[in-house]
Design a protein around this ligand. Structure first.
Ligand code: ZN
Ligand code: ZN
Ligand code: FE
Length: 765
């Protein structure tokens, strides 16, 4: 080949290209095409210079984009011609740092098939080694302290590779070439088991001893990828009783880890899409319809039609479940209302009263990350909690945005930072009700701002003056002299849904925003809202009729009180034969009545979540709750699928500017009639779901007539209810609407920060 035929090009590849085996892949590709040059990481992504025959350069560039490594996600490749330098060999060069630049970071991914094979191969030097990984698998987000992704910037910096691992790391032909967390039993992290009064056991015997403890009904704290789990035998009532008592968790369902798909099938019905989600690299908890004959303790998920299952994702989990007959409860290692523990000392202190044994390791977790929770809806994932395996994967914005920090809501808090056309939604932080959660939140915010090189130009928060995140945002914005924007809660839900679907900031839709609670523009507690909205602005087009909520949000733990308020509001008497009236003592009834008549501490609410609570209490499904949305979840679980009936409803035109008022009084009156006629709760529950679904269609049709809009976005926590969502979509489609639902972020408040970010970004530009 003569020199004149050679060309040199510089490529810059952006996207998730670090920590996913991209450089070795480029090295292999360049070698195959006989190209000279180099590849390296910088804070932008991957840079490549290649030199050789023009057609080889073209083929290289094409293949780079068509067949990247499995975990890579290429967003853009730029190409620039350069003067040939006569380079004929291809090398990987050291990482280059550049201030202010940023690159996407891979979420944590489950162990790959190659590593899994080695894990159980007695002849392999990593046989049963709990920290086996390669360029295609292992922890990422939770161990990265800074970019570019290189070993010294991770918590693996503490471990010096042995010569054997070092050789793999530097061998371009090896699948551990530049695998940053590369380790082996000789040089890497170790696992051990601690029990009070007994000697510490190390390595494989520690895992066997942990299994023995689990078989004996003990609770074991297990340090994993993003934090601790509390594990116990899911078939053992006594173990579950102990766990519930110690955790102070009365009914809230526990997630389970099962060995494989067959074990999952023994417990739940599994569609192909659900099996695919269970085995996906993110390995989320998937909510599945529980088999009636599932060999599980009733205490796993009382009153629930679903069970949350996940497959092992770290090699340690595979070893822990290997040879164990029972499925394991694997619930977050925390006290109620506190964030998940991630450090050994923290777990020893905070989980001391909860766990009988601690399965620990010394690969530090830099940032906590809870398991994700998903369900499958119409063959696609519907996120309930978007965390490990997904965060910090960005959501694409329809338009480039200024750098912003959106602080999220109160429950299931997440936050979101934006940079160019990316919105980085944080992992799940938790309910912002304790100091520990606030600290975990601040730490995560600092980390994201640093990791993605965000210099916020504005802060976005909820309208609610009492949210911890609002007050935090006010302080943060004040200290830095940054503008603070406030986004209405239900508008933010719809905006999140619109961003997911790539809607341009000005495109209006009909937004159905149904949830438990959110601060309204008029100071009332909203939650049954129909908006005409886009990503910048909204108008309230319809809402549930206001009902006084005695005791405000504090009263929601007792749905029977909400039911009595609804009856009062609908002009229906509190007759003793109604289950919700029977659940309320005569003394409490008297106080409640005075409170309602005098309107003392009875903020008005249009909450759809509260309406579901009220109905659950009215028909005797649930009078008091111990976790959020429990009454609605149990109402859904009772639905008799065969019942196709519905109840009447009144749609009134309001006197003020607030659009239509949706009055449930006729439905409540009819439910009372059904109860007295002996109609079963399952049939009533089903009719209620049908009624709300039809109401959505009817109101949407009315608004379509007035506005011409034919797209309906469905968001808010109420749409985690798959029965309601399914029936609503059937109705909307039959009426000719296009319906938008969530697939990337949760419809609940875990997705709120994305909507806030969008509202902030598109209001500013
Ligand atoms: Zn691997
Ligand atoms: Zn080693
Ligand atoms: Fe909400």
């Amino acid at each position: 080949m003569s020199g004149s035929e050679r060309e040199r090009r510089r490529l810059v590849v952006r996207g998730i290209v670090q920590g996913v085996g991209f450089r070795p892949f480029v090295h292999g590709l360049a070698t195959r095409y006989n190209l000279g040059g180099f590849v390296g990481n910088d804070s932008h992504g991957v840079f490549i210079e290649i030199e050789g025959a023009p057609d080889a350069l073209d083929a290289f560039t094409r293949e780079l984009q068509v067949t990247p490594p499995p975990l890579a996600l290429i967003e853009a490749v730029t190409c620039q011609a350069m003067a040939p330098a006569g380079e004929t060999t291809f090398t990987i060069v050291a990482s280059a740092h550049r201030a202010g630049a940023s690159t996407a970071i891979s979420p944590d991914v489950c162990i790959c098939d190659d590593c899994l094979r080695e894990l159980f191969d007695p002849s392999d030097r990593r046989y049963r080694y709990p920290f086996i990984n390669c360029t295609n698998c292992g922890p990422r987000f939770t161990i990265i302290r800074d970019i570019p992704y290189d070993r010294p910037q991770t918590t693996m910096a503490a471990f010096a590779m042995c010569p054997h691992c070092e050789a793999e790391y530097h061998d371009p032909a090896n699948r551990r070439f530049h695998a940053q967390p590369n380790a082996c039993p000789a040089c890497g992290p170790r696992v051990w088991l601690e029990r009070t009064g007994q000697p510490t056991v190390w390595d494989d015997p520690a895992i066997c001893a942990a299994q023995d403890a689990l078989r004996a009904g003990r609770i074991v704290a297990v340090r994993g990828i993003g934090g601790f789990h509390l594990a116990c035998d899911a078939t053992n009532d006594a173990a579950l009783q102990t766990l519930r008592r110690r955790k102070g968790r009365v009914d809230k369902p526990f997630a389970l880890m099962v060995r494989d798909l067959d074990a999952a099938r023994a417990l739940a019905e599994l569609s192909d899409a659900e099996a695919a989600l269970l085995t996906s690299k993110a390995r989320p908890i998937v909510l599945l319809r529980r088999r009636p004959d599932a060999p599980l303790s009733e205490l796993v998920a009382p009153g629930n039609a679903y069970v949350g299952l996940m497959l092992p994702y770290s090699p340690l989990h595979y070893l822990l479940l290997d040879g164990l007959e029972q499925p394991l409860v694997m619930t977050s290692g925390n006290l109620t209302d506190e964030p998940i523990c991630k450090d050994n000392d923290e777990a020893r202190a905070r989980l001391a009263e909860l766990a009988d044994a601690f399965l620990l390791h010394n690969r530090e977790i830099y940032i906590h990350c809870d398991d994700s929770v998903m369900r499958v809806f119409e063959g696609a994932p519907l996120p309930i909690r978007r965390s490990r395996g997904y965060a910090p994967f960005p959501v694409r914005l329809p338009k480039a945005a200024p750098m912003l920090l959106a602080v999220g809501g109160e429950l299931k808090a997440t936050f979101c930072v934006t940079r160019e056309s990316h919105a980085y939604l944080s992992q799940h932080i938790g309910d912002m009700e304790s100091l520990q959660t606030l600290q975990a939140y601040e730490r995560a915010v600092d980390h994201f701002i640093h990791l993605f090189r965000i210099r916020p130009e504005a802060i976005v928060c909820d309208l609610h003056p009492g949210y911890l995140t609002t007050r935090w945002a006010e302080r943060f914005a004040g200290e830095r002299n940054l503008p603070l924007l406030k986004a209405q809660h239900h508008h933010a839900h719809i905006a999140a849904c619109l961003v997911e679907h790539g809607y341009a900031p000005d495109e209006f839709v009909i937004g159905i925003s149904f949830d438990g609670t959110g601060y309204g523009s008029d100071g009332a507690i909203w939650g049954g809202e129909v908006l005409i909205a886009n990503c910048r602005t909204f108008r309230r087009a319809a809402h549930l009729k206001y009902v006084p909520l005695p005791g405000g949000d504090a009263g929601i733990k007792r749905p029977y009180r909400v039911a009595l308020a609804h009856l009062w509001s609908a002009g229906l008497p509190w007759d003793d034969d109604l289950p919700c009236v029977a659940a309320c003592s005569p003394v409490e009834r008297r106080i409640l009545q005075q409170q309602l008549e005098r309107a003392v501490h009875c903020p008005p609410t249009s909450s759809m979540g509260r309406l579901f609570d009220a109905i659950a209490a009215l028909i005797g499904v649930r009078q008091t709750i111990t976790y959020e949305a429990q009454a609605a979840i149990e109402l859904e679980a009772r639905c008799d699928e065969a019942e196709g009936g519905r109840y009447p409803w009144t749609i009134e035109t309001a006197t003020d500017d607030d659009g239509l008022v949706l009055d449930p009084a006729p439905m409540l009156r009819a439910i009372v009639g059904d109860l007295r006629a002996g109609v079963r709760p399952g049939a009533i529950a089903s009719k209620v779901h049908n009624t709300i679904a039809e109401l959505i269609v009817e109101v949407s049709a009315h608004l379509r007539d007035r506005t011409g809009l034919a797209t309906v976005a469905l968001s808010g926590g109420v749409f985690q209810n798959a029965t309601l969502l399914r029936r609503t979509l059937i109705g909307l489609r039959a009426a000719g609407f296009r319906a938008l639902t969530h697939q990337a972020v949760p419809p609940n408040d875990g997705g709120l920060a994305l909507g806030q970010a969008a509202i902030g970004a598109f209001t500013l530009i």
